[in-house]
Design a protein around this ligand. Structure first.
Ligand code: ATP
Length: 365
């Protein structure tokens, strides 16, 4: 049997399920005074979804949510295809064995999607109704800043408890030192660029390598340092083609016969093809090639660091809900678990360390 509670400051009906596993529910408004606050806050069933771009380590985070939830005696429901699945009622119960043998797998067993409909009030209303019907009392969302903006809209409108886990290869979220998937993505870039370096050196070629990062240069910066790139172009700084050519001319004079230029896809001069073309028009000493690493950066088995981070943050998300945290992203700052309100995590932009960019230039002389 399920009963519903009308919150004092909203018209939202929150249904508190018993453990009968029944889908039927009774819509009945009960005066607030009938319930103790602690009863109102009781969470019995937690939903988990992955949303936005997939990131290696999302499976490890799902596993941690399920296992920690089962340990704490919560029922766990998986929602397929992110917010789109919430609207389409794609709910599936998850048990401890449902997440066996997935910690090492890239992608997400729950699948992911970008949902236009969830951006509308009607879409979110439908999603909320489906959560209530399924008796899901709280949600853990794994994704990036867009996912948290959606979580904030749902949570604020319906006073619905949501906790976020940062899962994105971009590493651009305020409130955590690293996001799940970033370490695997940069290691993929390093592996690919090391291979390109071999062929570049053998043929005396200059490679322009495009990596992901529409708005942020975290992937470009860290992988560029690790590969000893001759130059790293990121969206956060203005790129001067003349300065780049001056640097390449200097390299040429210093008898560098090949090189690697890492270009974040969101660089103000365009992607790797555009930059290569602009350089070639003015400076043709090097034989140039372009390589776009693309979606390879999203796939693959997560690194040890991503598996541990995902396990930790998935576990801590369940504990945060248990402690009464709502509307926050669970992150890790200086090895300490930190809960940052969605508003802050999405409004503030994490900045790349410009000193590291300077260091990379000096080390590639
Ligand atoms: P990534 O960093 O990998 O791109 P992300 O979570 O930022 O991941 P988005 O596509 O930006 O990916 O967001 C995921 C989904 O969140 C969107 O498809 C949309 O359904 C929802 N969403 C984003 N912004 C909002 C918003 N302002 N209001 C409601 N829902 C939103």
């Amino acid at each position: 049997m399920l009963c519903c509670v009308k919150f004092a400051n909203s018209h939202a009906l929150h249904l508190i399920p018993d453990h009968s596993h029944q889908m039927a529910y009774k819509r009945k408004t009960v005066p607030l005074s009938y319930y103790k606050i602690s009863e109102m806050n009781t969470i019995r069933k937690i939903g988990v979804l992955t949303s936005g771009g997939d990131a290696p380590g999302m499976n490890a985070a799902i596993r941690a949510v399920v296992r920690a939830g089962v340990y704490e005696k919560y029922e766990i429901t998986g929602i397929c295809r992110g917010y789109e699945g919430l609207i389409n009622n794609e709910f599936t119960p998850l048990y401890r064995h449902s997440v066996s043998n997935i910690i090492q797998r890239g992608g997400t067993i729950l699948k992911t999607a970008r949902s236009e409909r969830f951006m509308t009030e009607e879409g979110r209303e439908l999603a909320h109704q489906n959560l209530i019907k399924a008796g899901v009392d709280a949600l853990i969302v794994i994704g990036g800043d867009g996912t948290f903006r959606g979580a904030m809209a749902l949570g604020n409108t319906y006073q619905y408890p949501v906790v976020g886990v940062p899962g994105t290869i971009d590493n651009d979220l305020y409130g955590t030192d690293f996001t799940i998937g970033y370490d695997t993505a940069i290691n993929t870039v390093v592996e690919v660029v090391d291979k390109l370096r071999d062929t570049a050196a053998s043929h005396d070629r200059l490679f322009f390598v495009e990596v992901m990062g529409r708005d942020a240069g975290f992937i470009a910066l860290r992988s560029g340092i690790a590969c000893g790139a001759e130059e790293i172009l990121v969206p956060e700084t203005e790129t001067s083609i003349d300065d780049l050519i001056a640097k390449l001319e200097n390299d040429y004079r210093e008898n560098k016969t090949s090189g690697i230029i890492i270009v974040a896809e969101g660089d103000d001069q365009g992607g790797a093809f555009d930059v290569a073309k602009k350089v070639k028009e003015k400076f043709s000493f090097y034989d140039t090639r372009v390589s776009i690493i693309g979606h390879m950066q999203r796939g693959g088995s997560p690194t040890c660091m991503d598996r541990v981070l995902a396990s930790t943050l998935g576990y801590e998300a369940v504990m945060a809900l248990k402690k009464g945290e709502r509307g926050v992203m669970v992150g890790q700052i200086n090895k300490v678990i930190a809960c940052t309100p969605f508003e802050k995590a999405t409004k503030h932009h994490l900045e790349i360390n410009k000193n590291m960019l300077k260091m990379a230039r000096i080390l590639s002389l």
